[in-house]
Design a protein around this ligand. Structure first.
Ligand SMILES: Nc1ncnc2c1ncn2[C@@H]1O[C@H](COP(=O)(O)OP(=O)(O)OP(=O)(O)O)[C@@H](O)[C@H]1O
Length: 262
């Protein structure tokens, strides 16, 4: 899908275009006819309960698995046919922790920079900029092991952005964090969308991570049940809020306290 740039009317390819993707583990189909597209510069939320298929979809987008049924394009580049072009435009933060705990923050980041072919002077400058953006400049020489869960997540985000990808995927990035660290991580990512103009695809099962201005893709039992702005999704369900729409679509009763939705 193409998106028209409001400034000059030029058509840009979608940041992410997923078309007719199906996936099976053995005989078990876990993704069925998945199609949606995310415009450049958008914060898009992949919302789904545990087991919906979010991690499997991320594995296909990041080419860990091959999408043999359907296509995935990143800024117009087919992940299966042109993996180099597609993947250099992608940064990813996985659900599982992936820092080397025995290395310093600097060593973790500079190792990753060299994997991307970024020379030492550029890597140093990029690491400095990113650590300032995530408020971690003073931790450069500390061992990853000494950081809190939220601080490790921030370093993983900086690492995913070292090679300046225009699309960033985050799989349950706030899992296991306390409410304060969750809010911090989300705020950092939302600021990056504005400051760097990147597109973000944020997978979560937590409805309170969705904001009114977001694009939402609701995935349930391997199917896309809704795709659009929060307003579109709420209206198409005849609901009063995105919380209620998600509850209706996923068949889970919304949490209420004294009859008031929370
Ligand atoms: N390697 C695997 N082999 C077989 N089935 C799998 C495998 N990985 C995941 N599944 C199944 O595929 C379905 C989708 O799982 P997936 O991990 O993609 O969902 P998810 O939305 O990311 O859930 P969670 O938030 O719990 O990680 C689930 O039914 C899961 O049990």
């Amino acid at each position: 899908m193409q998106h028209v740039n409001a400034n000059d009317g030029v058509s840009l390819p979608a940041a992410l275009d997923v078309s007719a993707v199906n996936y099976w583990y053995g005989q078990k189909q876990v993704l069925a006819d998945i199609s949606f597209s995310i415009a450049p510069g958008r914060f898009a939320v992949l919302l789904g309960l545990n087991g919906a298929g979010k991690t499997t979809l991320f594995s296909l987008i990041s080419h860990l698995y091959d999408a043999r049924h359907g296509t995935v394009r990143i800024f117009g580049h087919d992940v299966s046919r042109e993996p180099g072009e597609a993947l250099r435009r992608l940064g990813i933060v996985f659900q599982a922790r992936t820092l080397d705990l025995d290395l310093s923050v600097y060593q973790n980041l500079s190792y990753h920079a060299s994997l991307h072919g970024i020379g030492r002077p550029e890597a140093l400058s990029r690491i400095g900029t990113l650590l300032a953006q995530i408020d971690m400049s003073d931790r450069l020489h500390e061992k990853a092991r000494s950081l809190s869960g939220g601080q490790m997540r921030r370093i993983e985000i900086a690492r995913a952005l070292l090679h300046r990808p225009p699309l960033l995927l985050l799989d349950e990035a706030t899992a296991g964090l306390d409410i304060h660290s969750r809010a911090e991580i989300l705020a950092i990512i939302r600021e990056l969308v504005i400051a760097e103009g990147i597109s973000v695809f944020w997978a979560t099962h937590l409805i309170d991570e969705v904001e009114d201005s977001d694009h939402v893709v609701i995935l349930h039992k391997g199917r896309v049940l809704a795709d659009g702005t929060v307003d579109d999704v709420v209206r198409s369900c005849g609901a009063n809020s995105i919380r209620e729409a998600f509850a209706m679509l996923s068949g889970v009763a919304p949490v209420t306290v004294d009859g008031v939705p929370r």
